[in-house]
Design a protein around this ligand. Sequence first.
Ligand code: G3H
Ligand code: 13P
Ligand code: ZN
Length: 326
Amino acid sequence: MADATSYEELGLANTKEMFQKAMDGGYAIPAYNFNNMEQLQGIILGCVQSNSPVILQVSGSARKYANPKMLRFMAAGAVQMARAEGSEIPIALHLDHGDSFELAKSCIDSGFSSVMLDGSHHPFEENARITRQVVDYAHEKGVTVEGELGVLAGVEDEVSHEVSHYTKPEEVEEFVAKTGVDSLAISIGTSHGAYKFKVGPGEEVPPLRFDILDEIEKRVPGFPIVLHGASAVIPRYIEMINRYGGKMDDAVGIPEEQLRKAAASAVCKINIDSDGRLAMTAVIRQIFAENPAEFDPRKYLGPARDELIEMVKQKNENVLGSAGKA
Ligand code: G3H
Ligand code: 13P
Ligand code: ZN
């Protein structure tokens, strides 16, 4: 295969049609992060079995981890695997939190169908300038682009922020017009990772700022919005991790009810990484605790993959509403 590859050659789809259908249908497309083969298989099989469109996403560091040369063959393999299962679900390969034009270009040239340029830590004009540069290159090749306005607390790849800054609705129209992005990630109270809120005893998790989302929808009607940091931090997995030797006492995520509400709105893409990590870790910890002599990776990665399949199906069916929509 030539060094430069188009996403069509790999059997991938961009996000345009996926988002249009999600907007019309009042559901959200799942965007699951992966770094390795078992995660990729788990995500694909979960989406095949629930007949859901899917965005496979990798951060810059995940791409390095998997190896950029290998990654596109993994994505092509994932498409082949879905087709061999008799499924025609649309599959996108997306760069998550791209931090430079060079990285976005390299991904586009190696077969990504969608890229994010996250310039949210830059001042508005600089963010718009780099994002526009990526859009110009990407659109020539049919690749879709996600931008970001507003800052999420937590770790965004190598960039980490102590506090979040909500998206300013009055900036959204100008940003979308200036950059030509296909979708926009916003900050309304989610954050990355497994520790999203500090909740004291008897306290509730603070609700997401749906008032900001409503205001954004009014300013750019019908425009696809993306929600990052949207893991529920599923309590069952936290309990299992803690029971089998882990230590994640204060982990807390976004209540599923709020994610359902977001999925029914202009939010067309919901990003989930931490929940997949927790599902696999919980199962691996249980197996190691109960079978200390086990050392065949298939015996712990296999069940971890099976758990991920179930988690993905559950999300698609009961939270995002994407099941049956492929
Ligand atoms: O938003 C960040 C994602 O969860 C990716 O995390 O940089 O550790 O791959 P990562
Ligand atoms: P979580 O850490 O909540 O899974 O968020 C993932 C994400 O936003 C990836 O871009
Ligand atoms: Zn993110």
